[in-house]
Design a protein around this ligand. Structure first.
Ligand code: 5AD
Ligand code: SF4
Length: 462
């Protein structure tokens, strides 16, 4: 097939976006061009997420649309990759539009699968038979090599890159599907991570974000030495032209995190930003969630972080409407949010996930209406906190990494052709909006903050 077109759509987290980038680069190298609509695609890939039911439902309805397109474009190939592929496996083939089901560990073989489907018009399912089995060394090595070869995650415009430092999760929070679809924790070799980051920086990356489901559990033993996240941060700080280094997402790890906070305080390139989900403020619910800390221990942990990194901005995740969550439990969550003084939070309505312990043992007994009310209430509480929190930046000059024109830039394009509205981020991950030349995209700039809103800071280029 000449001039083959790939459409790829990602649902879910940064990890998924990273996978989509790798797959895109591998297909481009094979001669595919990327299209932004499935309507004219030869190959359609849905990179799926299983964390909540609504992410899965969206994929099912998109598959329906592809089935419709296939009536007039029968040569089209539809592949489902990512977490849902691993979770549902063969079951996906019940939907006749689906040609390939490929789990997260099988993506290095995806191009070969697509070629086989094109030449033999067959269906292929390739997922881990037992996802909790520690992957053998060859699988991990193949994934690492694929990652190294196709990591084009450095966005050409923004000069930001993402690098996975570990796969999987060992925590088994009782509501969470991730350990069942991404398998056990496997940390990548520090030298390989270093080489990859060095390569990305040589290609122009100015900011690197290290990714892991529980990134602060990173641990790699080589002979006598055990490398943990602070060691990695120290190693990577040595890369000259790298300016900002971040990592997401952290699990409140009461034993090890002090070393991490200390390293954050000492290493200039490490951004003062921490994404550390609490999930709930009720000890009873935290226990049912199999989270290994109390609300107070969590708050103490944030205090330790702040003692080493005074200007640290902290983000949290919460699940509302967990089975059996009473008004008092929810109030405890509100209290925790008030005390934590977050920069921002993400709030999710509990979504039962088949196969998880909560789903097996506890009925999803909080009505959708209540979940929605609690979700909105929590966000409203945080909105006030963020409004207050952000005032500290008024009148300050902040360094930002510019991402590019804002979505609204086109509205006043005529007046501001050389000075469009730009979007940028601070080291603390605050969004900053200001006017400036588009050529600033991918560069650092100084912005004097004039006005602040709960989610955005507005200012002027210095
Ligand atoms: N229902 C709702 N939210 C969930 N999360 C994980 N599993 C579920 C679930 N079953 C949320 C957690 C996690 C974020 C990525 O998604 O808050 O931190
Ligand atoms: Fe899921 Fe808990 Fe692992 Fe996060 S730490 S991915 S919430 S099991």
């Amino acid at each position: 097939m000449k001039d083959k077109k790939l459409y790829i759509k990602s649902f879910g987290c940064q990890m998924n976006k990273l996978d989509a980038g790798l797959v895109t680069a591998a297909f481009e190298e094979d001669g595919y061009s990327i299209t932004d609509t499935e309507d004219n695609a030869d190959v359609v890939l849905f990179n799926t997420c299983s964390v909540r039911a609504n992410a899965e439902n969206r994929v099912h309805s998109r598959i329906g649309y592809i089935g419709h397109l296939k009536k007039t474009r029968p040569h089209m190939v539809l592949g489902i990759i990512g977490c849902m592929a691993q979770r549902l496996g063969e079951e996906f083939l019940k939907d006749t539009a689906v040609d390939i089901v490929c789990g997260p560990s099988q993506i290095p073989d995806l191009l070969g699968m697509v070629n086989d489907v094109i030449s033999e018009r067959k269906k292929i399912v390739s997922v881990c038979a037992d996802v909790r089995e520690k992957p053998d060394a060859t699988i991990s090595e193949t994934l690492d090599e694929f990652e190294y070869a196709f990591d084009s995650s450095k966005d050409q415009k923004t000069n930001q890159a993402f690098v996975r430092v570990m796969r999987g999760c060992n925590n088994f929070c009782s509501y969470c599907i991730v350990p069942f679809v991404r398998g056990p924790e496997v940390s990548r070799k520090p030298q390989q991570i270093f080489d990859q980051c060095k390569k990305l920086v040589d290609e122009g990356a100015k900011q690197i974000t290290l990714l892991g489901q529980t990134v602060n559990s990173y641990e790699y033993s080589a002979g006598e030495k055990t490398y943990r996240l602070p060691d990695l941060l120290e190693m990577l700080s040595e890369i000259d032209s790298l300016k900002w280094l971040r990592f997401i997402t952290s699990y409140p790890n009461l034993n090890h995190d002090e070393d991490l906070f200390k390293a954050m305080g000492e290493l200039d390139k490490v951004c003062p930003y921490l994404h550390m989900p609490a999930q709930s403020g009720s000890d009873r619910i935290l226990k049912a969630m199999n989270r290994h800390y109390s609300a107070q221990q969590y708050l103490d942990q944030l205090a330790v972080a702040r003692s080493y990194v005074p200007d640290i901005a902290i983000a949290g995740d919460f699940i509302v409407g967990f089975p059996g969550e009473t008004d008092e439990d929810f109030e405890a969550t509100v209290e925790l949010v008030k005390k934590a003084n977050y920069k921002n939070i993400f709030a999710f309505k509990y979504s039962p996930r088949p196969g998880t312990k909560t789903d097996k043992k506890l009925e999803d007994n909080i009505p959708e209406e209540i979940k929605k009310l609690r979700n909105n209430e929590l966000l409203k509480v945080q909105e006030q906190i963020s409004a207050e929190y952000n005032k500290r930046y008024e009148g300050k000059i902040l360094e930002v990494l510019v991402e590019g024109p804002s979505k609204k830039a086109h509205l006043n394009k005529a007046q501001n052709a050389n000075n469009p509205q730009l979007i940028a981020r601070t080291a603390t991950d605050h969004i900053v909006v200001f006017n400036g030349p588009e050529s600033l995209a991918g560069n650092f700039a100084q912005v004097e903050i004039e006005k602040t809103m709960p989610l955005t800071l507005f200012g002027n280029l210095v």
